[in-house]
Design a protein around this ligand. Structure first.
Ligand SMILES: *Cc1c(COP(=O)(O)O)cnc(C)c1O
Length: 429
């Protein structure tokens, strides 16, 4: 299987090339040339298979012949060594907890898979791959953790100044070794713009093997489809709908890929904070990104979601899109209200992102009550303890791995603009 560029101006490439390039040479996102459904029999009996076996079935076509069966299985085993609990909140509402990995947010699976694949492809090469990653908080942490000490890689993280939580900033800036953090004077969208610009910068590309570890990279993005299979394994229903708290729309798009692979999912709900480009698009068909607004669900402070073009590629036209997907936005007051309400009534602590997901699910189920809804709980509440503790008037337990980094000193380079960023990169030589 090959990957083609959604800008259609460059030739298709295999998985190895796609992961190394990140973005196609014409600036487009890579997209699989074919998505072949998994055998129905496998999906019907999914509960008979381990998470590792499911991952292998799902991912093998996307890797093609670039990694042998045995090596791919080894990569998967070192990627997926934690659980994805499905917690029942109501008869028809479930929380899919995706935060049990090393950095306590859902991005660990994609980041670890990509790091392991890149380490595999680099094992006999001397030239360094420089991994650029723009982060609104969680991606950078997961990528740093996944790539720490991976041979032949150097990771450069761009994060927006004063727009990530304290724990997130510690996770980004205390790694040392092959990880460097750049603190950008701007928003996440500014960080993302710099990364995209670097990829089409001739001078940089002559000097570095650049790749991206954002969900624009197929190795980061596609493994996220596993979450939907793991949820289905635990809750086999013909009436499943998923609500996904969305920022760059990679996670929800991976869910749509899961459905293309044959998973019976009835509907998707893209839940956003007030960065509502997509909910507005669903209303009026006009795609217009406003200035990014800072919210308490900061990993979703994205106003120009990169992966939306992939969703359009799957659904083709606006009517079809709206038949299969809904999108709603919620503000911080609504989010905190729900966190409080769910804690008071169920004793369950949501993080602000999961809360936005549940808000969207509640809204959808109100008018489509026969469905069974799963919302993705994408981060551990401790990562956003400031807001959650203030809201609930409780103190959350701090996991040991967070305690460890809180005592370490932050190290980062301040960046104001693209030239500044470029010169910093060039100075790494
Ligand atoms: C990244 C992130 C999101 C948004 O995911 P996308 O794939 O960018 O839509 C939601 N919640 C958390 C906690 C995240 O870290």
């Amino acid at each position: 299987m090959l990957y083609r560029s959604l800008n259609k101006k460059s030739d298709p490439v295999n998985f190895e090339k796609a992961i190394k390039l990140g973005l196609a040479s014409d600036g487009g996102l890579f997209f699989p040339t074919t998505i072949s459904p998994i055998k129905k029999d496998f999906i019907d009996k999914i509960e008979d298979y381990s998470n590792i076996e499911i991952a292998y079935q799902v991912l093998k076509q996307f890797v093609g012949n670039t990694i042998s069966e045995l090596d791919l299985k080894n990569i998967i085993e070192s990627t997926i060594d934690f659980d994805f609990p499905l917690v029942k909140l109501e008869d028809n509402i479930f929380s899919l907890e995706l935060y049990h990995g090393p950095t306590l947010a859902f991005k660990d699976v994609g980041a670890r898979f990509m790091a392991n694949c890149l380490g595999y492809f680099n094992k006999n090469r001397s030239k360094l791959t420089t991994v650029l990653v723009a982060t609104s908080g969680d991606t950078g942490a997961a990528v740093a953790n996944g790539f720490l000490d991976v041979k032949g890689t150097k990771v450069v993280i761009l994060y927006p100044k004063n727009k990530v939580s304290e724990i997130q900033e510690r996770q980004l800036t205390t790694n040392k070794k092959n990880i460097t953090a750049l603190r950008i004077n701007g928003s996440f969208d500014d960080c993302q713009k710099m990364v995209k610009k670097a990829f089409v910068d001739k001078e940089l590309n002559n000097q570095f093997n650049l790749t991206s570890a954002n969900s624009i990279n197929v190795a980061r993005w596609l493994p996220q489809s596993l979450y939907y299979f793991y949820a289905y394994k635990k809750l086999k229903s013909k009436n499943l709908v998923f609500s996904v708290p969305s920022g760059n729309f990679g996670n929800i798009c991976a869910g749509i890929v899961a459905r293309e692979l044959g998973l019976p999912i009835k509907h998707f709900i893209a839940s956003t904070n007030v960065n509502d480009t997509i909910p507005r698009y669903f209303k009026n068909g006009v795609f217009k990104a406003n200035k990014t607004i800072q919210t308490i669900s900061n990993a979703m402070d994205v106003s120009n979601p990169s992966n939306f073009v992939r969703i359009l590629e799957i659904f083709k036209d606006f009517d079809n899109l709206r038949k299969n997907m809904s999108s709603y936005s919620f503000n911080d007051v609504e989010t905190l209200d729900l966190i409080k309400k769910v804690y008071d009534s169920k004793g369950y602590v949501l993080d602000p992102h999961g809360a936005v997901g549940l808000l969207g699910l509640n809204k959808y189920l109100k008018i489509n009550s026969k469905n069974i809804g799963i919302f993705l709980e994408t981060a551990h509440p401790i990562k956003f303890s400031d807001n959650v503790e203030k809201c609930l008037k409780i103190k959350l337990d701090t996991p040991e791995r967070i305690n460890k980094i809180l005592s370490k000193e932050k190290e980062f380079i301040e960046i104001d603009n693209y030239d500044n960023f470029k010169n910093t990169l060039l100075n790494f030589r």
